[in-house]
Design a protein around this ligand. Structure first.
Ligand SMILES: [Zn+2]
Length: 158
């Protein structure tokens, strides 16, 4: 009997995996996609992900370099200060209409802090540093909005 014959070999996969496999197999058959095509596609996607990771790493390194070059330095330690928001959360309340702080990340506890009424955006403009991935974030936001709108259209129709 077929079940008895294949059970030993197939039982390592869950019923869900087998269902998904059958669905995919039928889909590939209908669309005339061969196993070799799928393998090629898989290899391409893995390599693409690797290339994107390398690009992101390089972008991050470039950003750090830009920050070292254009950002503010600690007057005591001469290392790059960190810019962070204040008065936005219960834990970062300092009062006085302040929006940001420049603080020294030095591990020996330099403790230098300089508060500002400028926002992070205003500082970035002043220092001529592009906000990280703003365009990318907006693109993803727009795509999500489009998908949501499409889903609502489908819902209305049904
Ligand atoms: Zn310092």
């Amino acid at each position: 009997m077929l079940v008895a014959r294949i059970e030993e070999k197939i039982k390592v996969f869950s019923l869900k995996m087998i269902q998904d496999f059958v669905t995919m197999l039928e889909h590939f058959e209908i669309n005339d996609i061969e196993l070799e095509d799928i393998k090629t596609y898989k290899t391409f996607k893995i390599e693409q992900a690797e290339r994107n990771y390398q690009k992101d790493m390089q972008r991050s390194i470039n950003r750090q370099k830009e920050w070292m070059l254009k950002g503010k330095k600690c007057p005591h330690c001469k290392i790059a200060l960190i810019l962070a928001e204040v008065n936005t959360l219960p834990g970062n309340q300092v009062g006085g209409g302040l929006k940001t702080q420049w603080f020294c990340p030095d591990q020996t506890g330099c403790g230098y802090v300089n508060y500002s009424t400028l926002s992070i955006n205003q500082w970035m403009k002043r220092l001529k540093i592009k906000m990280f991935d703003n365009g990318k974030k907006q693109k993803i936001k727009n795509q999500r909005a489009k998908v949501t709108a499409d889903c609502q259209k489908v819902k209305k129709r049904n």
